[in-house]
Design a protein around this ligand. Sequence first.
Ligand code: PEP
Length: 252
Amino acid sequence: NSARRPLIAANWKMNGLKADGTALAGAVAARAKAVGTALAGDILICPPATLIDAVAEALADSPVALGGQDCSAEPSGAFTGDIAAAMLRDLGCSTVIVGHSERRAGHHETDAAVRAKATAALAEGLTAIVCVGETATERDEGRALDVVGGQVLGSVPDGATAATLVVAYEPVWAIGTGRVPTLDDIAAMHRHIRELLAGKVVGGVDVRILYGGSVKPSNAREILALDDVDGALVGGASLKADEFWAIVEAAP
Ligand code: PEP
């Protein structure tokens, strides 16, 4: 589907100091520049907030986009430690991840909280990557489609469009574990999410749906070839330029 250009997104999580972060971003930028307009898809790097400014400089004049890993639902004010969507925009971010399972679990973010953050991102002109995914128990109990469906309906703002929204399906049990669902299970979940989005937001069938969870060079090609998979959100493998680039090149 040409409306759904592949997106390969790097989530560095809480990794990187200035020297290694800028070196990693610079290495990705150099490869992207060398390929130029022949790139099959979009590339995004989401560094920790402390590195956004330095990474922006390393990515300058490259086609690699910049994003945050989280934003506040509030526009500004007395929210110590939080980062507003406008602040990300100000540093050159086009995009922000919201509702990552590490924030849902570790920071008690509910679907309503994630939706509020996504709404704040959209209001600032950022694209929101809304993350959803079931736990191992939920999958074992046969509830994965229902749980993830509920997260999609509860976390995606009504005002989102295919241009401003990306959904990332990341089974919690696949993140950082080396375990991935079967290709059939990924395909079924992405189809389910697409059907829900089609009924929920304008142009919903064209919203890009990324798979995330232990994507690496050795499994990227078969996952990215699935019909309703429009890219990948990559954690661990995004911290090595060679591995991340191999995943970029695996996009159809
Ligand atoms: C993630 O947490 O977004 C992720 C996909 O991590 P990993 O690739 O390390 O499983």
